[in-house]
Ligand binder design. Structure first.
Ligand SMILES: Nc1nc2c(ncn2[C@@H]2O[C@H](COP(=O)(O)OP(=O)(O)OP(=O)(O)O)[C@@H](O)[C@H]2O)c(=O)[nH]1
Ligand SMILES: [Mg+2]
Length: 430
């Protein structure tokens, strides 16, 4: 007699281990799997909107700002390297440098303490130090177009805003004025988008004229043109960044195909002097907050001090704790990394075992097969199911066996949408 494949699926401990090898060939009926019973209602799937931005999980965040505001110094403190060229002259950075920054996570630390694995790999945020942008960049001033192509290559923006006074550090505009600097960046990115969209629209209109007017393809093209015209109106007439408009699911596909600069999420990082950061006071902060409320409501603002972060970066963990206690302020880097990760709508799931505890980065809304595919494409192509428990359940029950006994280790099929903090064991067929 053949063994019941569903029992096989649940019982074999070996199958539950994460492995890059195809595990077994499932032969159960497609109508009787747990996966098919757990399909979410069809309607919910259909109404789900795509996310704004490039699809994929390997997303990057770029450090953007006017020249000489501390971008490379911040990048070095964040990555604990001296990869970024930090120097006291504008346009010190020309070619972008890239670093992978671990994202602090108490859940990951707890899992490592529990499993005591040989290898520990946390989630990462990829950060890129980009050259300074100056007024007129959209028409080629400063490092102009090279800069803008670097911004186009990232998925989100850390915008460093200078609010520290230091006569020794030249400001290309002559004096410190963060709101003017924010205007400059916003204007240049928007102008570049306008130019880009106009060019695209012209090209599209030409090809559409050549097509017959009643064909389905022509109709679809016309719809696309209407969306692009709407994008142009939002950025030029309404003077809004693309990401600040509420787009329908269909429109988002068109908007994403344009890869616009103002569609990228922005986190404003205000670089204060160490003294101001510690006393939590700076004359520019209320004005910066008001600027964000007026121009890009809802965008996060994080005050920090590059000077303090640079000092802390040179210290050991113990010294760092001691120093933070002494000055009465904490490093803002963990908060910044979190905010960047969240702005890209990234979440993570974990794989756990004695060999390795590892966090895998995926975008919000990722389904189980694609989440498994982040580990290896075979896991997606030959996806069978996942055994999934939540971090909260594991923490509450204390062990996998206890979670299973409580009925909270669930088999999930292809339609399952991953939740931040899931712990997964994938099963794939041969
Ligand atoms: N006083 C003070 N100086 C800073 C601070 N942050 C950076 N600087 C100095 O400002 C100068 C420029 O810093 P960078 O990090 O190279 O600036 P950047 O924004 O990368 O500059 P570009 O690459 O030229 O656009 C350096 O001399 C830094 O030491 C700060 O918080 N306080
Ligand atoms: Mg630089």
């Amino acid at each position: 007699m053949l063994p019941n494949p569903n029992r096989l699926l649940c019982c074999s401990r070996q199958l539950r281990q994460l492995s890059l090898f195809p595990l077994f060939r499932p032969r159960f009926s497609p109508f009787s799997t747990t996966a098919s019973r757990q399909m979410p209602p069809k309607k919910a799937q259909e109404t789900k909107k795509a996310l704004l931005g490039r699809p994929g999980n390997n997303l990057k965040i770029g450090i953007v700002g006017v020249p000489n505001v501390g971008k490379s110094s911040f990048f070095n403190a964040l990555s604990n390297t001296s990869l970024g060229l930090a120097a006291n002259y504008p346009y010190a950075t020309i070619n972008p440098e890239e670093a992978r920054i671990p994202v602090p996570d108490e859940r990951f630390d707890w899992l490592c303490d529990t499993y005591k694995p040989a290898s520990r790999i946390p989630a990462h945020l990829t950060c890129i130090d980009i050259a300074g942008l100056t007024a007129g960049a959209s028409t080629g001033a400063g490092l102009g177009n090279a800069f803008l192509s670097h911004v186009r290559a990232v998925d989100g923006i850390f915008q460093v805003v200078r609010a520290f006074d230091d006569a020794e550090v030249i400001h290309v505009e002559g004096d410190v004025d963060p709101c003017r600097d924010m205007d400059i960046i916003q204007t240049e990115l928007r102008l570049k988008d306008i130019e880009w969209v106009e060019k695209h629209l012209d090209g599209m209109k030409k090809t559409t004229r050549a097509l017959g007017s009643n064909s389905l393809a022509d109709k679809a093209k016309k719809e696309e043109i209407a969306t692009i015209e709407k994008v142009l109106k939002v950025i030029s007439v309404d003077q809004k960044d693309v990401r600040k408009h509420e787009w329908t699911g269909k429109e988002i596909d068109v908007v994403n195909s344009l890869q616009l600069l103002t569609a990228k999420p922005v986190t404003y990082l205000v670089n204060l002097s160490e003294k101001d950061y510690i006393r939590k006071k700076n004359k520019w902060l209320p004005k910066i907050k008001a600027w964000i409320d007026a121009n890009n409501p809802g965008d996060p603002l994080i005050p920090f001090s590059v000077a303090l972060e640079e000092r802390l970066a040179t210290m050991s963990d113990e010294e760092k704790i001691e120093e933070q206690k002494k000055v009465g302020a904490q490093s803002a880097l963990p908060k910044i990394t979190h905010a960047g990760y969240a702005s890209l709508e990234l979440i993570r799931y974990f794989t756990c075992g004695p060999d390795e505890v590892r966090a895998w980065t995926i975008r919000k809304g990722t389904k189980a097969p694609q989440a498994a595919g982040v580990i290896h494409s075979d896991f997606e192509n030959k996806f069978v199911c996942g055994e999934i428990m939540s971090f909260a359940d594991l923490k509450e029950h204390g062990s996998e066996a206890a979670v299973k006994a409580a009925g909270k280790l669930r088999q999930q099929g292809k339609p399952y949408e991953m939740i931040d903090g899931d712990i997964a064991y994938w099963k794939s067929g041969a």
